[in-house]
Design a protein around this ligand. Sequence first.
Ligand code: ADP
Ligand code: MG
Ligand code: MG
Length: 252
Amino acid sequence: EPVLEVTGLGLTIGGARILAGVDLRVERGELIGVIGPNGAGKTTLFNLVSGIYRATSGRVLLAGRDVTAASVAVRARAGLGRTFQTSSLFPRLSVAENVRLATQRRLGGSLSVLSFPRRGDAASAEAAEHLATVGLTHRADAAAGDLSHGDKRKLEIAVLLAMDSSVVLLDEPMAGVATGDVAGLVEVIRSISASGRTVLMVEHHMDVVLGLADRVAVLHHGELLTCDVPERVMADETVQSAYLGTTAGSAA
Ligand code: ADP
Ligand code: MG
Ligand code: MG
């Protein structure tokens, strides 16, 4: 059974067709690169899968369960986690506090001054593990807002680990990341994939996509052109004329 299945997924807003009948089956542990020109509908697909937008057609199944009408919170509890093109961290809180808060959200605690996680509690021990996984132990006490772009992306991934997300949607994780930090972030994504999590990653850096993805989904004008192994996608003439041809320089 696929861990994520979308069938006929569509979104039309005010007569404008933004996503048109996307069909996609993702098996547990797969890493899917999602590519396509600006405005193709990549972020919209993530918004529909995570429940930020409600689909106007089609269905979303998580591990066989129909969540098409479910809220963002319900989908998150069912294991769906995502990052955004812009950061959703608490910039004034420390790196460790950001992760502890996510653990606590998962454990069901509401946020309050009284329940705010502290050093030494269970959430804190677990947070330390997730920070180690993403290589941020040495920055645990830094304010999240002071991190480099690359370290912010790593912290966002640690937050998803703390929420115990089994399906992780990463929207342009390399955007704004300094060249020297790309390789480290690639390794973090590779390791959360190797841990058995399912990853869908919108990314424009083709070398990153080709280095990580089991399959590549290509969106164009709201339609899914193909989702196939990287070699076949790169060789696909429809894909080349729709997308790769326009970025020949960076696709090398
Ligand atoms: P991508 O992430 O592939 O660059 P998006 O999914 O963000 O593209 O957007 C796809 C298209 O849908 C764009 O033309 C965008 O302007 C439009 N769009 C996305 N969300 C909305 C919305 N809430 N209202 C109107 N148009 C939207
Ligand atoms: Mg986008
Ligand atoms: Mg994998």
